[in-house]
Design a protein around this ligand. Structure first.
Ligand code: DHE
Length: 520
């Protein structure tokens, strides 16, 4: 399917390129056509985003037009944006770069009315049976997102048998988020949809579209609320997790009315709050959820804390920070946010209570902090992060924020993983000629002790352990890919399960227990 689209767009591109070259400087119609041929399949026909971000003036405030030309010509590292320098001449690149700064013909809106109109509850909370329809440890299940054909698989984490495979929304991005009991999972798609899925009954139970171009979602530590972070519109949107009822839309702007995209939102259970980093405003927002002090009430088959739609608890606390945070990570106590801007030359550590910057981190080469992990090393806690544009893994002492070690790798990596019970950390080599390699780092010696090549020439990426830290899954990130089961100690391959471009894998136990070796 994707090959057909690729072939068609390549042919269209060739025709368009020939026409443009013959016609001289591009007119508005030419540029509109060129955009449709070259860009629309990822960025949307109306520039509202798709697999790629929305391309509207309000979303490009940090990108200068000359820089936009460079991105079109050379591509953007650590994203799916390819280089068009071979296909397009300078005039075409310039006209496309100008085009994306034009005001849209119709200003896109996605507010309360649109969100409410999109809301669908197929199985109201409490209406389906409470027993799993399968025989497996419900806390050791994996959800695997298969981006090739927009499906997800449910795997038994003990036998590694596939229990079920189901269709998802288009282009899921970011980790799906579980309720603390592991019964429900929430998926977020780049085009704004949130899907609530009942794992026990293997049914979609509710859906709502939170935005036009979404970053990610977070579920409160008590499982009662879902927060969505958007690129378009510039908003955070709060839902009641039970049926995805809309609770609040937060326009994201500073005190002068300048609005911002949201980089991402995370739940910080020890603080009982959502933490959102902003892309165009130098602020981090903290939005606390209420503690479940209300009496317990019966909701059909389940007993849960009484629901409150009173958002008095959900007031925004603004924390000024010295730079934009595109990417960020937290310590286990959620006392500090460790963040970096994509353009910056390093990272910084901000204390979330005082709002003070407590350290600078000398991390060049775009640290991918979002995929950082932590472990105990010689009696202190360290964190490690790969870099998106540098062949290195940085290991940082979290007690004084100094760099303990910089490990040289076979190329820039995207994802890191471990488990408290595992002696090893796994990091992929996502970019460049060695993207078929995965490094295994010993947590004690901080050295790479093994480099695996599961299948030469095929991208190997993203690991997730089972709940015990014994076995792990690695993706062969290809259309005709697979997840590979490894023994976590012997590093021997045990099994392959065919999948369509499997991306992230998410173990219920590790995610709901905020395991130190996985993403949160
Ligand atoms: Fe992601 C997680 C941002 C490109 C696959 N990515 C995240 C998160 C953020 C983020 C903020 C954490 C959200 C969460 O889990 O709740 N990603 C970005 C970018 O800014 C970037 C570089 C550019 C962009 O296109 O937005 C980017 N990401 C990609 C890809 O190109 C990937 C490889 C393929 C894809 O499907 O888009 C990709 N991102 C992922 C995956 C996760 C993710 C699989 C979840 C990892 C996890 O283990 O939790």
């Amino acid at each position: 399917m994707n090959d057909v689209i690729f072939l068609r767009t390549s042919l269209q591109a060739l025709v368009a390129a020939v026409l443009f070259t013959a016609m001289g400087p591009a007119s508005a119609d030419d540029t509109r056509d060129l955009y449709q041929v070259q860009c629309a399949s990822c960025h949307g026909e109306d520039r509202l985003g798709g697999i790629g971000p929305a391309l509207l003036p309000g979303n490009l405030s940090r990108l200068k037009p000359e820089a936009a030309e460079t991105v079109i010509r050379d591509g953007r590292p650590a994203s799916q944006m390819p280089a068009f320098g071979e296909q397009l001449d300078d005039g075409q690149i310039r006209s496309l770069a100008e085009w994306i700064y034009r005001a849209p013909e119709v200003e896109p809106t996605w507010g309360r009315d649109e969100i409410l109109a999109s809301h669908e509850v197929t199985h109201p909370d409490g209406s389906l049976p409470d027993e799993p329809r399968f025989d497996a440890d419900p806390l050791n299940l994996f959800i695997v997102v298969e981006t090739g054909d927009h499906h997800a698989s449910l795997l038994d984490g003990d036998t590694f048998e596939r229990i079920h495979r189901f269709e998802t929304r288009y282009a899921l991005h970011g980790g799906p988020k579980y309720t603390p009991d592991g019964r429900y999972v929430f998926f977020g798609s780049r085009d704004g949809w949130i899907t609530k899925y009942d794992i026990y009954n293997m049914e979609v139970v509710a859906e709502v579209r939170a935005g036009i171009n979404m970053r990610n979602i977070a579920v409160s530590g008590d499982g009662r609320y879902v927060m969505a972070a958007n690129y378009l519109p510039h908003s955070l949107v709060l839902f009641d997790a039970h049926n995805l009822d809309l609770m609040e839309v937060y326009p994201v702007m500073d005190k002068d009315g300048e609005s911002s995209r949201v980089s991402a939102v995370y739940a910080a259970p020890p603080r009982s709050s959502f933490i959102a980093a902003l892309k165009d405003i130098e602020e981090v927002w903290e939005i606390p959820w209420p503690l479940p002090t209300e009496p317990m009430v019966s909701t059909g088959h389940t007993t849960s804390p009484q629901r409150s739609h009173d958002t008095a608890n959900f007031q925004v606390r603004r924390i000024p920070v010295p730079d934009y945070l595109d990417d960020f990570f937290f310590d286990l106590e959620y006392e500090h946010v460790i963040g970096a801007s994509r353009g910056g030359q390093g990272g910084m550590v901000v204390n979330l209570d005082s709002g003070e910057k407590v350290a600078d981190l000398p991390l060049e080469g775009m640290p991918h902090l979002g995929s950082g992990i932590t472990w105990e090393y010689e009696g202190r806690r360290v964190m490690a992060t790969p870099h998106l544009t540098k062949a290195a893994v940085s290991i940082i002492d979290m007690t004084d924020w100094t760099v303990v070690k910089t490990l040289e790798t076979d190329g820039p990596g995207f994802f890191m993983r471990s488990h408290a019970n595992s002696p090893y950390v796994w990091v992929d080599v996502f970019f460049g000629p060695n993207r078929d390699r995965v490094h295994v780092i010993d947590k004690k010696s901080l050295a790479i002790v093994e480099t695996l090549i599961p299948e030469p020439g095929k991208t190997a990426a993203h690991v997730e352990f089972d709940r015990y830290g014994d076995k792990l899954l690695l993706s062969l990130w290809e259309e005709d890919g697979a997840v590979i089961v490894y023994d976590g100690d012997t590093l021997e391959e045990e099994k392959r399960i065919p999948m369509s471009k499997p991306s992230g894998k998410y173990n219920v136990w590790n995610k709901t227990r905020y395991e130190e070796g996985t993403s949160h």
